[in-house]
Design a protein around this ligand. Structure first.
Ligand code: HEM
Length: 316
């Protein structure tokens, strides 16, 4: 219900606040650098899938760290989370994967209860115990962790995927960063505007009648599809809205939603995006797409805005 949701937001928010994110910066740097080490093993001239090898494992590792997943189970955690969004596996395999992920989260909760650490899982447990165990049930504890994974994983993967794709297909935009006319934060923000990781969000329903400026009314109870992709390119909002321009002064967008459900992980997503880009382009200054841009295939999704794969040559 609404009150519980708001209450949960208050508990989670400090764990992902801008201040906490500053402390997390070295962790994100390390994760990105290690993944770049992995990419370096690609033989000169050979292609590799940057989405699978860089964009996907980075957010999983960061969320795992935030939640306090112990080193010995990070690989299992990575494999399980990776499969949550795999639509090519059978329903039985998906169910088995979910069950295994639940077991992993239950083990994590048990371990943190025995030995609390400086992590989100321990923070959620502490709140629960302060409230005498009645406030947040075991199931809610686990589902909150799962919410963080679901909300913070594929979205960030898409952000990295789209930003890299844009820089590799529009060299003049990358040049703006190289010459100091724009920063990595500008690339992240313009990517969020131009190619939001969540294109559309269905399953919203009007809680009251909503009159629109054109005279029509969305009636109470009617379904709403929030199209962040369309809103971000509204001509009343931005000049030349379809142009990707990293030097735009105003890059306002709705990629993180709006209002009481505004994304709790926005600061983390920005940190991950900026770090991923900086580390990648510093380490592989000559990285290039290994297919024609027109050959990149979008994900088969109404919601998730990324590519099925992102073939690149890190070392041409
Ligand atoms: C580029 C990356 C991301 C994008 C584009 C994104 C986008 C969004 C959007 C559009 C919403 C609002 C949904 C609605 O109106 O109901 C949302 C909510 C949320 N996001 Fe993100 N998100 C990103 C990354 C993250 C990360 C890294 C985390 C945490 C680890 C996170 C945690 C959440 C949570 C917990 C909510 C629910 C808030 C609520 O319902 O009150 N997100 N996100």
């Amino acid at each position: 219900d609404v009150y519980k949701r708001q209450w949960l937001r208050r508990i989670i928010a400090p764990a992902v606040s801008a201040r906490r994110m500053a402390a997390l910066r070295p962790v994100v740097e390390k994760v990105a650098a290690e993944l770049a080490d992995g990419l370096e093993t690609t033989p000169a001239g050979a292609a590799t899938d940057l989405r699978a090898r860089y964009a996907v494992p980075l957010p999983i590792a960061v969320i795992g760290h935030l939640m306090g997943v112990p080193a010995g189970r990070r690989e299992e955690f990575r494999a399980r989370v990776d499969r949550v969004f795999d639509t090519m596996i059978s329903p039985a395999e998906a169910a088995a994967n979910t069950a295994a992920l639940y077991t992993l989260l239950d083990d994590l909760i048990a371990a943190k209860r025995a030995e609390p650490g400086d992590d989100l899982t321990s923070a959620l447990i502490a709140v629960r115990e302060e409230d005498g165990g009645s406030a947040l049930t075991e199931e809610e504890l686990r589902d909150t962790l799962l919410l963080m994974i679901n909300a913070g994983y594929e979205t960030t993967v898409n952000l990295i995927d789209q930003a890299v794709t844009t820089l590799l297909t529009r060299p003049e935009q990358l040049a703006h960063v190289r010459t100091g006319r724009a920063g990595w934060a500008d690339v992240v923000e313009e990517t969020l505007r131009h190619d939001p990781p969540v294109k559309h969000l269905p399953m919203r329903f009007a809680v009251r009648d909503i009159p629109l400026p054109d005279g029509r009314t969305i009636l109470k109870g009617e379904a709403i599809l929030a199209s962040y992709a369309a809103a971000n390119r509204h001509p009343d909002w931005h000049d030349a809205p379809d142009a990707f321009d990293v030097t735009r002064i105003t890059k306002d967008h709705l990629a993180f939603g709006h209002g009481i459900h505004f994304c709790l992980g926005a600061a983390l997503a920005r940190l991950e995006g900026e770090t991923a880009l900086r580390v990648l382009f510093d380490r592989f200054p000559d990285i290039e797409l290994s297919v024609e841009p027109g050959e990149l295939r979008p994900l088969a999704s109404l919601i998730s805005n990324g590519h099925r794969s992102l073939p690149v040559r890190p070392r041409p």
